[in-house]
Design a protein around this ligand. Sequence first.
Ligand SMILES: *[C@@H]1O[C@H](CO)[C@@H](O)[C@H](O)[C@H]1NC(C)=O
Ligand SMILES: *[C@@H]1O[C@H](CO)[C@@H](O)[C@H](O)[C@H]1NC(C)=O
Ligand SMILES: *[C@@H]1O[C@H](CO)[C@@H](O)[C@H](O)[C@H]1NC(C)=O
Length: 325
Amino acid sequence: MKSSLVFGLFLVVICWIHPVISKDALLETVTKHGQLSVNGIHLVDKDGEKVQLKGMGLFWSIWMPYFYNKTTVDGIKNLCHSNVVRPMIAVDTQSGGYLTDPDAENALVDAVIEAAIADDIYVLIDWQDFEAENHLDASIEFFDRLSKKYGSYPNIIYETYNEPITKDWSAVIKPYHEAVIAAIRANDPDNVIILGTPNYSTGLDLAVADPITNQSNIMYSLHFYAGTQQEPFREIARGAIKKGLPVFVTEYGTVNADASPPVNKEEMDLWYDLLEEYGLSYVNFAISDKDEGASALIPGTTPEHVCEEEYLTESGKIAVEHNKA
Ligand SMILES: *[C@@H]1O[C@H](CO)[C@@H](O)[C@H](O)[C@H]1NC(C)=O
Ligand SMILES: *[C@@H]1O[C@H](CO)[C@@H](O)[C@H](O)[C@H]1NC(C)=O
Ligand SMILES: *[C@@H]1O[C@H](CO)[C@@H](O)[C@H](O)[C@H]1NC(C)=O
């Protein structure tokens, strides 16, 4: 009893001396951290040390394919101080996507993956779907190809389902994830797989009530927009993390959930406090030059100017400041 108490105090002191210290993500490369895995609630590197990924998400592949190339990824890494980029592969929209033109989407995702590998950063591959349970065959085909082609690179992270609309975790979302995980694991035994959670990836409480227990290197995604999801959602996230759920913020915005302004600085600071408290990884939405609040770039920005100071919006500047800190 006494020795375990002493040991407990020892751990508290160690954790206090070594919190997850946020660093400039630009310097935290794949060469430095290598193969990632999940230990308890933490993302850890090849040496078992906690690691935090911070970076930028691309806009929907079908609407901004011009940002799906190495020139953009270079800017995201070097000037937006990122060690992760998130291609957002459209699946089923009025303007098309993987279901109507898989070859076009495969070419776009491959270009970003190869740029990320060349630039020594991680790449989070997002299946940008809201009803992925209705497109399971296409999703398996997509992730099977990618995990065969790139599964041996430590750069790769899979995100199987952007934002489930449904709240039915156990009967609908979880079985979908299990089927996609099985397809990926047949080719890639170890890269991290991140799972979308109910209610647009805000319902971590529903996932932690019935987590996947027979797999390793699995995390759960949390999305938030500071103008829309506030303290009640932080409470849900904290509660799930305290129960042991490993969480990765694959998408966040400084504005409202519909991407409209204004930037909510005060709520964003409260969210950043939570992210740093638990050392969570996070990816900002988005590298986009659309005239809307969530865009990190001003209208008309081309790949050559991605993340240059004078092309960043108010939202973009906040994201970069935190990637750097
Ligand atoms: C990326 O796209 C831009 C705009 O189309 C182009 O100017 C640039 O050369 C491309 N970069 C590469 C590496 O292909
Ligand atoms: C789902 O999220 C919305 C806001 O994004 C919130 O208003 C609603 O209460 C949430 N529903 C549940 C069941 O948590
Ligand atoms: C994990 O459990 C699920 C649900 O019971 C099952 O479908 C799946 O095959 C299991 N996977 C492994 C690797 O055991």
